[in-house]
Structure formats: C-alpha cells, structure tokens
Design a protein around this ligand. Sequence first.
Ligand code: GRF
Length: 206
Amino acid sequence: MALKLGFLASHEGSNFQAILDACRADALDAEPRVLISNNSSAPVIERARRAGVPAIHLSAHTHPDPTALDAAILRVLMEHEVDVVVLAGYMKKLGPRVLKHFHGRVLNIHPALLPKFGGVGMYGRYVHEAVLKAGEKVTGATVHLVTEEYDQGPAIAQREVPVVADDTPDTLAARVLEVEHALFVDTLARIARGEITLLSPNLSKT
Ligand code: GRF
C-alpha cells in the first residue's frame, strides 16, 4: 500500500533526503519512485543516485519549449506510476499539464507560516530576511497543495519555529529547515495512513 512519490528538486535536497531516510527506516509507508531536477549539477541528483532512485534532468536546456517540458515531466511521473508529487526545493513552476493531471496531489514545502512571507520572490534566504525585518517572534514551515500561483494553494500542515534575539537569516534558516524535514515526513506519513485525504480519489495503491 506504499504511496508512490515523485520528487522535483533544484538544489541540495535535504528534504528529499529526510523523506528517503524515513522510507528506508519504515517510518513512512512510501516509495520514492523518481527524482526530476532542472539542475543537472544539483547535489540532490547524487543523493538520488546513491539511493538507487532514478534521477532525471529535465529543464529548459533539455526541452526549450515549455509545453514540451511540461509534457516530458508528466510522462516521467506517469511512467513511474507516481501517486503524489513532492516539490522539495523546486525553483521552477510546474506546467499546466502536470498540474491538471496531478490536481490536488502536488505538495510543496515553504519555509514560513503561509500566507505570511509567501509569493513571488519569497524563497530561500529572502524569506528569513523578511521575517527578521518584520520583527516576527515566531516563524515556521508550511506544507501546502500546489496551484498555478506561487504559495497560494491550501495549507495542509504547519509547524511553528521560534525566532530568537540574535538570529541571522542563516541561523533562522537552519532552525526552520530541521522542522521542515520533520513536518514533511510527518505530513506524508499522515497521507499514507489515510489521515489526510488528498483531493484526487484515484491514488493508485500497490
Ligand atoms: C527549503 O527551505 C524549502 O522550504 C524550500 O527550498 C528549500 C529546499 O531545501 N522550498 P533542500 O533542497 O530540501 O535542502
């Protein structure tokens, strides 16, 4: 009954690794089926290969036409019989075909308590800089469903993280990232156990 996961990631892949480790440790009833990266030199590709997860580079370099890229991503996800698409630090927008086919089954993690500190330009360090600049005492992480607009899909899980007096964007990012790992694994585990129901009725189970 393992949930079949397809990942898209652009850089380091520490969230991907945390989910992979949880699957390997039987803490999460899921099977990483494929990783797609738009960045052929991303460390996440090496992490996938080491773990024996197929890693595929698909980007504007491999497919200059956005429609063809969208179709290629959809084909790979379908070929690997993916149930749920996990964006784990994916810096590109998904195309309309993938979003339509996987409607309600694409999850993203954001390093803040959405709807605060989300939207265009709010990624990575910029998020934590904005949180500190706003004088927030609490930030956090959000797992949400992905729609056409950045960070606008409904939140399905959030966890708070304290901001402390001498935080820098880097110290805050590190504290939030640890919580992201736990929250992402926990949210997927709740989906796998049927405690959270995603919109689509036809998750294929093995
Ligand atoms: C995380 O902070 C996540 O919230 C954001 O991108 C970062 C990815 O980190 N979407 P990693 O590649 O999983 O280490």
